[in-house]
Design a protein around this ligand. Structure first.
Ligand code: AMP
Length: 208
């Protein structure tokens, strides 16, 4: 059983690593950000509610995301485990999660703050879940599904500033919270996607 939390600031590379980890270990990739964006796209009540927070770079209330995760981890594709990407983001979310399930690994992707702006500024997304960076990918359509790439509305500069402030205040304390549990492993996220992935695999395969 592999139940993993991926921690890291916006732009640390959680989404890219999550996709690779989930594929390698056959576990479910659960991204609360993706789930919220899917609700916005489908025009649900939850999506409308969440959008007002997301557009400002603020966090959606804990109850909303805890509800999403509580339902999601019960689904059939979580039998071998799951990887949480972007959840928990506050101490109360971590406490709620602790009541729902045990966790086997907490991986914190550490990235220097001056790298984050460039990473987020150049990020382009596809509605299929793929993401790209303009420094390594020059086409404006997705290599996987052919759809047109777009920039996330909350990736614009003013909103990124607020998201980083929110991260420092509300999410960074989770590093100490999980350090205390003895399950936290720090991974240097300042390297390429493949190098960071190799470090994570070492941790998960017990060779670090
Ligand atoms: P992400 O795709 O993980 O960067 O999330 C995008 C936005 O969705 C965040 O800036 C928050 O507004 C919201 N969000 C995603 N996950 C959470 C969470 N665990 N708690 C609160 N808000 C969240």
């Amino acid at each position: 059983m592999m139940r993993i939390i991926l921690l890291g600031a916006p732009g640390a590379g959680k989404g890219s690593q999550a996709t690779k980890i989930a594929a390698k270990y056959g576990i479910a990739h659960i991204s609360t950000g993706d789930a919220l964006r899917a609700n916005i796209k489908n025009g649900t009540e939850l999506g409308k509610f969440a959008k007002s927070f997301i557009d400002k770079g603020q966090l959606v209330p804990d109850e909303v995301v805890v509800g999403i995760v509580a339902d999601r981890i019960k689904e059939a594709d979580c039998v071998n485990g799951f990887l949480l990407d972007g959840f928990p983001r506050t101490i109360p979310q971590a406490e709620a999660l602790g009541k729902l399930t045990d966790i086997d690994y907490v991986i914190n992707i550490d990235v220097d703050f001056d790298l984050i702006a460039a990473r987020i500024g150049g990020r382009r997304m596809c509605s299929c879940g793929e993401s790209y960076h303009i420094s390594t990918y020059s086409s404006d359509v997705c290599a996987k599904c052919g759809a047109k790439l777009y920039q996330r509305a909350d990736d614009k500069e003013e909103t990124v500033k607020e998201r980083l402030a929110v991260y420092e205040k509300q999410t960074a304390p989770l590093v100490d919270y999980y350090k205390a549990s003895g399950k936290l492993v720090n991974v240097d996220g300042n390297k390429s996607i493949d190098e960071v992935f190799a470090s994570i695999v070492k941790v998960l395969d017990g060779n670090d």
